[in-house]
Design a protein around this ligand. Structure first.
Ligand code: 8IG
Length: 291
């Protein structure tokens, strides 16, 4: 590494900082989360529908967190009791395209799982490759194609006590959690999410390639967080809000303002889905509130 260029944190450091953040989160909230929710672009309107926060912190109050740099990602953490489960909600996330490392991108998820979350709900805004599934549609992620070239597990073996970095990703997006989601909203579609680095959108040729590879959605997040959650043994639910048709599918050029507008328009629908869903996700863990 040349002088003046910061080296990325080692694997050992990344887990150590997540452990510190988890400890601080539990201390500030006074309870361990069972479910973690990451609200991505377009999903901000749903945060208030989940109920009043018992505790709200800026993400930067927790070790290792940096404020998101993207409009629509406010950089706060909320804790609330969602009718049967203690939930931690991250309003905003970090992305590779902001110049963040894979360890930074997955830090919130690692923190929440180390703190106790056994279910991780990853939401995002995405482009749709299916002309019949336009803006406002909500899709359950069935699987992903990670085209970022990055992994949150690259580097040294995780420290003692953590699983091996050679983690199996079969059924990464839990079939059980997708079923539970469909029991709340039977109209939910399913699709394969292609994760790209961005921040540019795709060319029409790239979208044609992704379609032939089986992708139905394209976006710039989620995949690394899902891998990190699975590595730590959590179950993952991925939900995409379609905010645009992908390049070449849409006659219109793509625009980030369109993403936020579609999110605002879809807000009530997203609330109707997530509010009844959250207490059902933790399954047998859900129950009366501990004293
Ligand atoms: I919103 O069309 C949203 N995020 N890569 N392509 C990629 N990311 C996206 C898109 C899109 N729409």
């Amino acid at each position: 590494m040349s002088p003046g260029v910061a080296s990325p944190p080692s694997t050992v450091e990344a887990f150590a900082v997540a452990e510190k953040a988890a400890e601080e989160l539990v201390r500030r909230v006074g309870a361990a989360p069972k479910v973690a929710v990451v609200l991505g672009s377009g999903w901000r309107p749903v945060a208030d529908a989940l109920g009043d926060a018992e505790v709200e912190l800026p993400m930067t109050a927790l070790p290792g967190f940096r404020a998101p740099s993207v409009p629509g990602h406010e950089g706060t953490v909320r804790s609330l009791w969602a009718g049967g489960a203690q939930v931690v909600v991250f309003l905003g996330r970090s992305h590779l395209y902001e110049g963040r490392s894979p360890a930074e991108v997955v830090h919130a998820v690692r923190t929440a799982v180390i703190a106790g979350a056994s279910v991780v709900v990853l939401t995002n805004a995405a482009g749709s490759l299916d002309p019949a599934l336009g803006p406002g549609g909500v899709v359950l992620i069935r699987d992903h194609i990670n085209l970022t070239g990055a992994s949150p597990l690259s580097g040294d073996e995780p420290p003692a006590g953590y699983p091996s970095r050679f983690v199996d990703l079969t059924d990464l997006y839990s079939g059980r959690l997708r079923e539970v989601s469909r029991s709340v909203d039977g109209s939910l579609a399913e699709g394969v999410y292609a994760a790209l680095r961005g921040p540019h959108y795709e060319t029409p040729a790239e979208i044609a390639m992704l379609r032939s590879a089986g992708a139905g959605l394209v976006g710039m997040s989620t995949a690394l967080e899902a891998i990190a959650a699975r590595h730590l043994g959590a179950s993952v639910l991925g939900l995409s809000l379609v905010t645009n048709l992908a390049a070449g599918v849409s006659p219109e050029p793509l625009d980030h303002a369109e993403v936020l507008a579609a999110g605002a328009a879809a807000g009530p629908r997203l609330g109707e889905l997530l509010v009844p869903l959250l207490p059902r996700l933790a399954g047998p863990l859900t129950g009366p509130r501990p004293a």
